[in-house]
Design a protein around this ligand. Structure first.
Ligand code: 13P
Ligand code: SF4
Length: 338
């Protein structure tokens, strides 16, 4: 059965598996057993729950996870992250089985950049190189010339000759930050991340005032005014590695709170203060990433579903753009902590 999700994404889905799991089951042991039986690799993003990060073979940022997916010898990739990440793994590995614990784990950036609207918008920009942030659907990747992540967006933009105009999609905040870093003018699709856009200048300034000895670190999906307060800006891997290597021991962290688990592992002595979003809750959680649970990881491996599928024509066009990014970043692995 095929269903269409997240702005035209096509996904092969088996009949919904039962989400009831025997509560006495040792999930970690069962997952380890299934991993051997399937010859599977488990890849997890820093925003996943702690128990998922703990059973993963690799925890990383979008670039690191794509690089792992590109080189894995496993037959099955269990992708503990969101849809566009698993889809990128499938684009790179058409013959492998790529499993996503919850098929509804989307992304606000990807969802707000439908391929049809993007194609129509691009018509205003003939002669432009189209650079798309990896947080987009395979169909949008297929309309792009090069993909980037927050780790390599500056390098990717700098790889384009200076006299060639560039379209950058779908994150306007990352795009603005890249414009500042490169001194280039980019035509920006007006997308944003619902998690990072909640950090406000006023609240961060207050936190900094309350903790004058803390360094403030932020993901480039935050808005410009917030980034203006930051001591360090970078991808999730870059933020973890900055905390690991810093001689300082107090950090205010403006990104999804799942990352604090990896930061605590590399700097158990450090005080980590999650930046408070404007919504009133105490820490920022991505509603999509949080759909994955350890139970669903077990179930997707047991049932070999839900699996990701990408129509071949789209995949081949998207692969060209993903491969260009991997080539630009070859030899430059995402900073690895721990
Ligand atoms: P990273 O590539 O920095 O891990 O970012 C992914 C993401 O979705 C941030 O919200
Ligand atoms: Fe998408 Fe934002 Fe969630 Fe990252 S944190 S997956 S950009 S919605």
């Amino acid at each position: 059965m095929t269903t269409v999700l997240h702005s035209g994404v096509h996904a092969a889905v088996a009949p919904a598996p039962s989400h009831r799991v025997d509560p006495t089951l040792d999930l970690e042991a069962q997952i380890a057993k299934l991993k051997r039986a399937l010859n599977a690799v488990i890849l997890a993003h820093y925003y996943q729950e702690e128990d998922i990060q703990e059973i993963a073979d690799f925890v990383g940022d979008s670039l690191g996870l794509s690089q792992q997916a590109a080189k894995t010898q496993a037959d099955v990739i269990v992708f503990c992250g969101v849809h566009f990440m698993a889809e990128t793994a499938k684009i790179l590995n058409p013959r492998k089985h790529v499993l996503l614990p919850d098929l509804d784990a989307g992304c606000s950036l990807a969802d707000r950049c439908p391929a049809e609207a993007f194609a129509a918008w691009l018509k205003q920009y003939p002669g432009h190189t189209v650079i798309s942030y990896v947080n987009c659907s395979a169909a949008v990747k297929a309309l792009s010339d090069i993909i980037c992540t927050s780790s390599n967006a500056v390098d990717v933009v700098n790889s384009v000759p200076r006299d060639t105009p560039i379209v950058f999609a779908p994150d306007r905040h990352l795009g603005k930050w890249v414009m500042k870093q490169t001194g280039r003018d980019l035509a920006l699709w007006p997308g944003f991340c619902v998690v990072h856009e909640q950090f406000s200048h006023r609240r961060i300034a207050k936190l900094k005032f309350e903790h004058p000895d803390a360094l403030f670190i932020a993901h480039p999906e935050c808005e410009e005014a917030v980034l203006g307060l930051a001591d360090h800006i970078g991808s999730t891997s870059s933020l973890v590695s900055y905390v690991q290597k810093s001689p300082r021991s107090k950090f205010i962290v403006a990104t999804e709170a799942g990352i604090l688990h990896s930061m605590r592992k590399v700097r158990p002595d450090a005080e980590l203060i999650p930046a408070v979003p404007s919504s009133g809750c105490n820490c920022a959680l991505c509603p999509y990433m949080r759909l994955n649970t350890l139970e669903k990881v077990y179930l997707c491996m047991r049932d070999r579903a839900p699996a990701i599928d990408v129509p071949e024509g789209t995949r081949v066009r998207a692969l060209r753009a993903v491969q260009r990014m991997l080539d630009i970043s070859a030899g430059k692995t995402a900073p690895q902590a721990g």
